[in-house]
Design a protein around this ligand. Structure first.
Ligand SMILES: [Zn+2]
Length: 236
């Protein structure tokens, strides 16, 4: 599952296309579509969940062309995040490679720029220790990139993935829980660990905040448009 392909000589992204334009692109027989990884012929596909992606037309021989073994759901969330960022005018890069001033390399799943702002969004599907998250976060910080983490929550009873060491999250490591609500159709992915400030209060106290959930797209839009603010506990 790839989000990038080479159409004729131009790099294109699957998430920028509306469904209608994607179908039109599938019918574009005059253009050539090639995989960015190896240059072999690509075909345009749509997953059952609705992810638009490129795949090798013939099974790849090159091991560098592996899909990374990510689940369809994980890919779908990344796809929705990138689609929303693109829609909000951010310049999206997939698997962006960077290096810290001290020479340590990093690869961001989702990386966006607008003006001077640089943001990475990591959708963490398999459990990752707090120490590892902190280590990866520091690499981004040293490179002038802000990074937000979406951690998968397993069940409806346990929508809060922010437990253990993650409960001590600070402004340096913004972590949120993501949960797939199978009963809610097109608002399938919800984000937890967000609080709404009661605008009637002139001063903050512990009663000023109400825990809320946001649909994924709405959350992403707020995240990159300063619609989310980190308020430390010390202010209570
Ligand atoms: Zn390939």
């Amino acid at each position: 599952m790839a989000f990038i392909c080479i159409k004729n000589d131009e790099k294109i992204y699957s998430f920028i296309y509306s469904l209608k334009d994607w179908i039109a692109l599938k019918e574009d027989k005059a253009s050539s579509f090639n995989m960015a990884c190896c240059g072999n012929q690509a075909i345009l596909k749509t997953s059952k969940l609705g992810t638009q992606f490129f795949a090798h037309k013939a099974k790849p021989k090159d091991s560098n062309c592996s899909t990374g073994g990510e689940t369809a759901e994980h890919m779908h969330i990344k796809y929705l995040v990138m689609k929303e960022l693109d829609r909000n005018g951010w310049n999206v890069e997939v698997e962006k490679r960077g290096v810290t001033p001290s020479g340590v390399e990093w690869i961001a799943d989702i990386y966006v720029e607008k003006g001077k702002a640089k943001i990475a969004i990591e959708v963490q599907w398999s459990p990752q220790t707090f120490i590892e998250t902190k280590r990866r976060q520091e690499k981004y910080a040293q490179s002038g990139v802000r990074c937000a983490w979406l951690l998968r929550s397993g069940s409806i009873k346990d929508t809060n993935a922010i437990t253990g060491d993650y409960a001590y999250s600070t402004k340096d490591i913004p972590v949120f829980s993501i949960y797939r609500n199978k009963t809610q159709g097109n608002q399938a992915y919800m984000i937890y660990n967000v609080n709404k400030l009661d605008s009637n209060s002139s001063r903050y106290n512990h009663r000023s905040f109400k825990p809320i959930t946001l649909p994924l797209e709405n959350f992403i839009q707020r995240l990159v448009s300063q619609g989310l603010v980190f308020i430390p506990y010390e202010r209570f």
